[in-house]
Design a protein around this ligand. Sequence first.
Ligand code: GRF
Length: 199
Amino acid sequence: MRLAVAISGRGSNLTALIAALPAGSPAEVGLVLSNRATAGGLDLARAHGIPTLVLADPSDASAWLDALAAHRIDLLVLAGYLKLVPPRVVDRYRGRILNVHPALLPAFGGPGMYGHRVHEAVLAAGATVTGATVHLVDEVYDRGPVLAQARVPVQPGDTPERLAQRVLEIEHRLLPAVVLAAAAAGRPVPLPEPVELPS
Ligand code: GRF
C-alpha cells in the first residue's frame, strides 16, 4: 500500500511512520506533501529519498490529485496537517484519508483545535483522561468515522507541553498501527478494542 503523508510542521508523526515501515513492509511512504516549504518533515522525507511536494495553493485540488496519481498513492495520511483537504480530493479518496488528532474525538476537536490549544482545552476542562484518535477524513474538520483511539491519563500539575508530549508518544504508536491494519486489509479498518499498541 502506497501512502502520501501531508504535514505542516516538524513531522514527528511522519518520522514515526517511516520508522514503522522499513523496506519490505506492506505499506510505504511514496510522497510527502506540505502547505509550508519550511516544514521540517520535508527535510526528513528528502533524507529518506521520498519525493516531496510543497503545495503553493493548498486549496488547489488538481495539484493534490495530479501528485497523488503520479505517485500511485492508495492512502492519504494527514499527520500534523493543519488545513482542510480540498473537497474534490476528499471525494476522490473517500474512505482512504486518515487523520491523527491529539484528543479523544469528538471531544476537543474541530476548527482551531490543534496543537497545544487542544491540550490547553483538555486541562481547562479538568479532564482526567485524554488521548489520540485516528479517523477517516471527510469535508468537516475532525468529524469522520473513528478508526482507533488510545487513552492517555492527565497527570496533576500537567502543563499543555507535558501533556502534548505524552499524547504525541501515543500518536506515534497509534498511527502506524492503523496504517498497517489498513495495508493488511487493503483499506482503512477500525482497530479492535482494546487497542493493542506496538511498543
Ligand atoms: C500532532 O499532535 C498531531 O496529532 C497534530 O499535529 C501535531 C504535530 O504533529 N495533528 P507532527 O509532530 O507534525 O507530526
